[in-house]
Design a protein around this ligand. Structure first.
Ligand SMILES: Cc1cc2nc3c(=O)[nH]c(=O)nc-3n(C[C@H](O)[C@H](O)[C@H](O)COP(=O)(O)OP(=O)(O)OC[C@H]3O[C@@H](n4cnc5c(N)ncnc54)[C@H](O)[C@@H]3O)c2cc1C
Length: 514
């Protein structure tokens, strides 16, 4: 079917066709534009999310913000600013003019020109406030990067050092098990920012460098190579590391784990040479690896002790749906099983069944990298304990991401979870609090997974639930699954119900703030 031409907003849109709070998609020249009416105001902004190009016309309007249906990035309609990760770049904005009963979208707004004096004012205001003399960030992942970016966005002019054990500058970790592993995403897509970003923003990036210790009283850190750095404020963003398993008989070169860019590259190398893989574990990353390696025509066997994949997090219904999806693409499951031993190119399962294998990918969980925090005497209990401002028990030290254990404003429970968007948003909030802005972290947890072209989005967090409500049909790949306890919604998983996912996130946000 030929595509319908988009409405040309330069020719004017009748006001009566735009109801308050409604979004209209159209174009200005070659740009796709979203036109919104908020009371007496009209806004025209780019309709493509700057994270993964989600169509914002299918998203959710919340006050003067628009939220992306794909991974819940959030933009300011007045300035285009990416208010919340996973997007960082703003969307463009256009000037809108109202003439009689029509609105016309005119030229693109150049905020660099219009706001130059505002920005200069903001910077001098910032200098006047009590900012830390310097900020050291330990970790160059999701939360470390987001914090550094936010510090500069908020006009912080002190020294920022980001120390990362990784050899590579911050990159799109979720893609390591998805399009990058399947061969659908090139290396150019992977960095969160090009290398010159760090230079331009005066963020000192110390890669391939491990921090050995922290002295919270003296406000110093010591690198493994011995060098000492002082800090005014410190962000701990060391993430998590895969739990290693001693697998009887398996050689070191046969066993792979996936956490880093280098790990993903190593698995790709293995998949080029060997065509039979066993994946031990059936949680999100392992299933994504299974899907990506199938795309590479590798013979995939998933071995896991569970009854259904993902069952512990998403319940048996979604578990079965995901298993069917994988089986229809040729993945073989061995559930209620584990690997007893490996003998050369054979793996013997607990039941005695034998599988041919060239290499194995083990995914038996991760543990938060809290050793530095423990050694420094910070309070640690399943992660670094932080308050609602993401401050640890030691003044001047904040923690964010996979290592942070915070009290979730919606459920009232302490949580430590491993989600990309949570880590990024915590990094952003920690940065603001390092600058004294006192912003509570009260956002609903959100994650997504993508397997064989099916995306599941999940909002909230349900450790244990007593009822599951399925709205729609999993088989037709369009549904929302609600997890409840005592009639309270704990979490909602959706497949092709993206607006619903955004609405649930918003409801949880409101409930958290009242
Ligand atoms: C393959 C894969 C796929 C994923 N897919 C998804 C997904 O689809 N959706 C989702 O929501 N989540 C996903 N996740 C989870 C998500 O990536 C993590 O929750 C997120 O990266 C956590 O961010 P972080 O900043 O806490 O830690 P990380 O991003 O892991 O960064 C930690 C950093 O700390 C550094 N570090 C550790 N110790 C030291 C030290 N002593 N000194 C210096 N540096 C140190 C590390 O080198 C690293 O740079 C995925 C994770 C993986 C591994």
């Amino acid at each position: 079917m030929p595509k319908r031409a988009l409405k040309d907003f330069t020719k004017g849109v009748p006001i009566k066709s735009l109801r308050d709070g409604e979004m209209l998609g159209g174009q200005v020249g070659k740009d796709k534009v979203l036109l919104v009416c908020r009371g007496e105001d009209f806004f025209a902004v780019g309709s493509e999310c700057t994270h993964y190009h989600g169509d914002l016309t299918q998203g959710l309007l919340v006050g003067d913000e628009v939220r992306c249906p794909l991974h819940h990035a959030c933009f300011d309609l007045r300035t285009g600013e990416a208010l919340r990760a996973p997007a960082f770049d703003p969307i463009p904005c256009w000037r809108v003019e109202r003439i009689d009963d029509k609105v016309f979208v005119r030229d693109k707004i150049d905020f660099d020109k219009t706001n130059a004096s505002d920005r200069e004012q903001k910077q001098s205001d910032n200098a006047a406030t009590n900012h830390p003399s310097s900020v050291v960030i330990i970790g160059g992942g999701a939360s470390g990067f987001s914090a550094a970016e936010m510090l500069r966005r908020k006009g912080y002019s002190g020294h920022i050092t980001m120390v990362s054990a990784d050899k590579t500058a911050p990159y799109d970790r979720p893609n390591l098990s998805k399009d990058y592993l399947s061969g659908d995403a090139p290396d150019e897509w992977m960095p969160l920012r090009p290398r010159n970003f760090y230079k331009q923003h005066k963020i000192e990036l110390m890669l391939n460098m491990r921090v050995a210790s922290i002295d919270g009283k003296k406000r110093t850190i010591t690198l493994e190579k011995g060098k000492m750095l002082e800090y005014g404020a410190l962000l701990l963003a060391t993430g998590a590391e895969p739990i290693k398993l001693a697998l009887t008989g398996a050689t070191k070169s046969q066993v792979m784990y996936l956490r880093s860019y280098a790990d993903s590259k190593a698995i790709i190398q293995k998949a080029r040479a060997g065509k039979r893989v066993i994946i031990l574990g059936a949680s999100f990353i392992e299933l994504e690896v299974a899907a990506s390696l199938r795309t590479r025509k590798v013979n995939v066997h998933v071995v896991a002790p569970d009854h259904e994949p993902l069952e512990r997090v998403l319940g048996p219904q979604i578990g079965k749906f995901v298993r069917d999806l994988h089986e229809s693409h040729g993945v073989a499951f061995h559930l209620g099983e584990t690997i007893a031993q490996v003998k050369g190119r054979k793996a013997v399962l607990k039941s005695g069944k034998t599988l041919d294998v060239d290499f194995l990918v083990l995914g038996v969980g991760v543990k938060p990298s809290t050793k530095l925090a423990e050694d420094a005497g910070l309070k640690v209990d399943n992660g670094v304990l932080v308050n609602e401002y993401l401050e640890s028990s030691e003044p001047g030290i904040f923690a964010a991401g996979d290592i942070a254990n915070w009290r979730d404003a919606y459920s009232g429970e302490r949580l430590r979870i491993e989600h990309w968007v949570v880590a990024e948003r915590q990094g952003q909030v920690a940065a603001k609090n390092i600058l004294g802005l006192r912003e509570r972290y009260d956002l609903a947890p959100f994650f997504w997974t993508a397997q064989f072209g099916v995306e599941i989005r999940y909002v909230g967090h349900a450790k244990k639930w007593s009822a599951v409500k399925i709205d729609g049909n999993l088989k037709s790949k369009k549904c929302a699954v609600t997890f409840r306890r005592s009639r309270r919604t704990l979490a909602v998983a959706t497949v092709n119900r993206d607006l619903k996912s955004l609405e649930v996130e918003r409801e949880m946000e409101i409930a958290s703030r009242t």
